[in-house]
Design a binder for this molecule. Structure first.
Ligand code: NA7
Length: 515
């Protein structure tokens, strides 16, 4: 569910569809998102462009042919001029490395690979992980009242606020429909694109009473990003402001959870900066007798046994089912497990080995010509549907520019199963077509090493003041053991990102070299 509300979990470019496609609640279920995507595929007759049950095994750039050779699990090798990847920011599962994982004889699932026909009725269930996914799973399972026992094996307690879910009224829908253009303009030009104006007001510019009122208003309205960024402008950068917001949430937890020992375990004490979570009654579930927490920071998991989880104190929690809600090897995880080989035989994995994942604009990497990543490393940290759309617009414009200016004999028509260079007319970040010095002469676009370096430094600088950096999470690559902790996002906001990229592209594709 995350923090993305239904009205923004949409493509922005079909006004008629935006106004007519139905949704009932403020947040969408996975099945509703899938139904929407299928609807768009049908409406635009896109099915013919998809090839399913096909895995990308490797991709290799040939300087001689000026093409990518793409090896697929279907034994096909495609020769494509442009390779656009949408490998997924949060896609490669992070399975916990627990001793004797294979000894466990019960059911073992990861939330990101959830099988269709699981019944948990009457079972003793353990959930490892209480991030965005974990708290949703725990809430849903407890509410369904089917499991016999539910134990949360919690490493870090979470700050979570209400999501504000519920049915959408006819008036609200009418208002959204009437203002959809303004809604998208606002979202794409704001920092996090969640459909509200982020606050610039400092926490301590108001009285303590006013502060409580503002927190309370956000609490009642709901949404994790709204609570963190609409209330005050300094919660993630000012220690005292962060502590004040954290204390408000802790008080809510203490007032909600009746058992003081459970409340103590659920109250976070570190920075409110790991993730801006929201939920549909998470803390309330711990008032049920069959729902409890095992604090695995104080008492770590040592191994799985045949029938459960053993912790450092020697206790074995017998479980029929273990659910790992342990997240993802995020951002670069899917890029480094595939051999993507650019010029000189260097792979992306090699390229990123020393520095952690880097790019220019979150899209391009030096020595990987005509490779364009949607949501690559150091892209904008924001609501993802509008961020993805922004990347698609920019990549479409880059390819259109390359094709328009190509003087070489390479034609877009040579492309097999690739993006064919057709310009998306919605590109807000358009390269203007009046290129000179850096204008690609042969349809090849490649980032300069210096441009990647400067972009990486800028991303590092933009995140340097954020308290998010002081907490371990996937956002900085610190959730996977052995992974380098580094800046993996542009923390300047989606609006400023779009503006910056537009300036770069309008400035003769600054940072891209002509070949
Ligand atoms: P997250 O946010 O990475 O959360 C993963 C959770 O799993 C989190 O509570 C972790 O604890 C916990 N975890 C991870 N590894 C372990 C091990 N080895 N042992 C115990 N606990 C572990 O993933 P989600 O799927 O919840 O959400 C990902 C994004 O998807 C989210 O931000 C939304 O944008 C949508 P930790 O808190 O790190 O101590």
């Amino acid at each position: 569910m995350g923090s993305t509300q239904s009205f923004l979990y949409r493509y922005s470019w079909d006004q008629e569809d935006l106004e007519t496609y139905p949704w009932d609640s403020h947040y969408l279920q996975a099945s509703e998102i899938l139904a929407y995507l299928k609807h768009v595929v049908k409406k635009y007759d896109l099915r013919k462009h998809f090839q399913f049950k096909t895995e990308l095994l490797a991709a290799q750039w040939s300087d001689e042919e000026r093409r990518w050779f793409v090896t697929l699990s279907t034994n096909e090798i495609l020769k494509v001029k442009y390779l656009v990847t949408g490998l997924g920011l949060l896609s490669k599962t992070n399975f916990p490395k627990i001793h004797n994982l294979d000894k466990y004889e019960g059911e073992l699932y990861h939330t990101a690979r959830w099988p269709e026909d699981v019944s948990l009725k009457g079972k003793r269930v353990g959930v490892i992980g209480s991030g965005s996914t974990g708290i949703q799973v725990i809430t849903a399972l407890a509410k369904a009242e089917e499991v016999k026992e539910l134990l949360s094996f919690q490493r870090s307690p979470q700050y979570s606020v209400p999501a504000g879910n519920g049915l959408v009224s006819a008036e609200h829908r009418k208002h959204v429909n009437e203002t959809y253009r303004e809604i998208w303009d606002q979202a794409k030009n704001s920092l996090f694109a969640y459909g509200f104006e982020e606050s610039k007001r400092p926490t301590f510019s108001v009285t303590p009473e006013e502060r409580e009122q503002i927190y309370e208003e956000a609490w009642q309205k709901g949404n994790g990003f709204r609570f963190m960024f609409w209330t005050f402008g300094d919660i993630t950068v000012n220690e005292e402001a962060n502590k004040a917001a954290a204390e408000f949430i802790r008080n809510k937890i203490r007032n909600t959870v009746k058992d003081p020992e459970k409340a103590r375990k659920l109250c976070p004490t570190d920075w409110y900066a790991r993730r801006p979570l929201c939920d549909t009654g998470y803390y309330e579930q711990f008032n049920r007798d069959n729902v409890d927490i095992v604090d695995i920071k104080a008492n770590p998991i040592t191994e799985l046994t045949q029938n459960g989880i053993k912790t450092a104190d020697g206790k074995v929690y017998e479980l029929d089912v273990i659910i790992c809600a342990t997240g993802f090897d995020a951002v670069d995880g899917n890029y480094t497990r595939i051999t993507i080989q650019g010029r000189n035989g260097e792979t992306l994995k090699d390229h990123w080995a020393k520095t952690g994942p880097t790019s220019y604009l979150g899209i391009a990497v030096p020595n990987f010509p005509n490779l364009f990543m949607i949501s690559g490393p150091n892209g904008p940290f924001s609501n993802l549907p509008p961020a993805i759309e922004s990347h698609v617009e920019i990549i479409s414009d880059l390819i259109a520019t390359a094709e328009k200016n190509a003087t070489h004999l390479i034609k877009a028509a040579d492309v097999v199963n690739g993006v064919n260079g057709t310009k998306d007319s919605h590109g807000a970040n358009g390269a203007n077509g009046h290129m000179n010095g850096n204008t690609p002469k042969n349809g090849i676009i490649e980032a300069e090493p210096e441009a990647e370096k400067q972009w990486t430094e800028l991303c590092d600088e933009l995140s340097s003041k954020s308290l998010f950096r002081r907490v371990d999470s996937w956002i900085f690559g610190s959730n996977v053991p052995g992974k380098k902790t580094t800046s993996m996002f542009w923390f300047g906001g989606l609006g400023p990102y779009r503006k910056t990229v537009k300036e770069i592209l309008d400035d003769d594709l600054r940072g891209f070299k002509p070949l």
